[in-house]
Design a protein. Sequence first.
Length: 253
Amino acid sequence: HFTIIMRPIVLQGHERPITKVQYNTEGDVLFSAGKDKIVTAWFTADGDRLGVFRGHKGVIWDMDVTHDTSRLLTASGDSTIRVWDVQSGATLASLELPDVVRGVRLGLGERLALSTIDNKLGSKASLLLYRFSEELMTQATPVTGTEHITQQWIMQIGDGRVSATDVTWGALNQTAFTSTEDGQIRQWDIETQKEIAKIQAHTKTINHIRTAYGGHCLMSASADHTGKIWDARTMQLVKTYTSDTIVNDMDIS
């Protein structure tokens, strides 16, 4: 017989609450974003700090990292999306948007990205699609400048008056999903740029959504104390998990 002893590592690198944590593909680096306007990268083996990404002027609500951990994408309350070089910590591109950016997600192949903007500064809550140049995302000597980011389209979410909370891709970059503070999830067709389904998924705000199994499984975490798993193709409920408190996020292995 043997005993496995798990010793938690406490990471202290933020002065204000953390809004998002994310592992890289290999699981050897953890990124944490917070209301203190920074992202911190950590080695998971020993908890040592790898680096800090500074430059945003508002809370960082969301982030995503490429499969090779070379680029980091962040969404901020300062109404910008930034692309970072992970190795140097430098900002490669900063794109200004008309309102608070709540969600951002890289698509399959990492040349497309989705984001949601809020309605806090007078805009309409919307879903946006971007295309990144190959040079911006892959060159060993990184290029800089917003000319390497092209906005493909923007679609209003509902009447635009309910705040968008998150965004994620469906299978093969063909669909997207958005969540809102009224507990609704919408499914979008990327090619036709149209809303194709809408469900009342929760009774309170949805904090995060994400997909798994190639985009065929959709998960939602809500302030109504539930986390739910959906069939992303049919938008039918598969399983509900109930908690004693607010569910901020969920994942499946």
